[in-house]
Design a protein around this ligand. Sequence first.
Ligand SMILES: [Zn+2]
Length: 235
Amino acid sequence: MSESDQIEFTDEEYKDFFETNRVEPLAPRSRRLPRWARLLGLFVAAAMVSGGAFSLFEGVLTNPEIRDAAAIEAAAWDRANESPFGFLVSDIRVVPIENGTVAAFVTNNPPDGIIQIDFRPWSADRLDELMDHEIGHLIDFALWEPRDPERTNGLGTEAWAECSAVDAGTRRIDGFDPGGEYHCFDAELELYEAALGEVSEICQRWGSGECRTKEELGIGPDGLGPEGIPSLDDQ
Ligand SMILES: [Zn+2]
């Protein structure tokens, strides 16, 4: 991390608490939040838990069974460890994200492999989806320079991440939001799979620079294949 006291957000989730309320991208593409604000947020979160404000979320989310920050982090790591691309994840941090519509984000300025997840009650399924989407961003960051015109094989950044989650087996092919960014149509999934099919290996552009070959990752001509990533629950 640089000595700057600001973090540039180059990506964010806008997903709202409601599963179907995914129409409008509510947050700007790039925002800045001072580091002190994030640290303050940690204290606010602690106060929320002790003060009981956490219960405001109850009844809004579907099956929000994971409530404790450590449990959220552990469940997120479970999904990262299930994913063949999980080696791209250098850290997972559960922090309060002030914009309530942002569920998680990763940064690409420079990429660091850190997934930051909003401290809110999560269902296990939603958290898996979220992780597969964010890992999709890390695959993007690993494969291309941010300004590479070939980046994401012509897909929008969010379409790439969504298709990665579809390929992983958690998100569905989604035509619900044709005017927005957060979708993966059939043609987009094909572009995603074609791009992965060209890859011989994927390397971190951060951390140790660890690489995995396509064979090690289990990438075939159809991406990860129809099964996606097997869940620990299925084994
Ligand atoms: Zn995203």
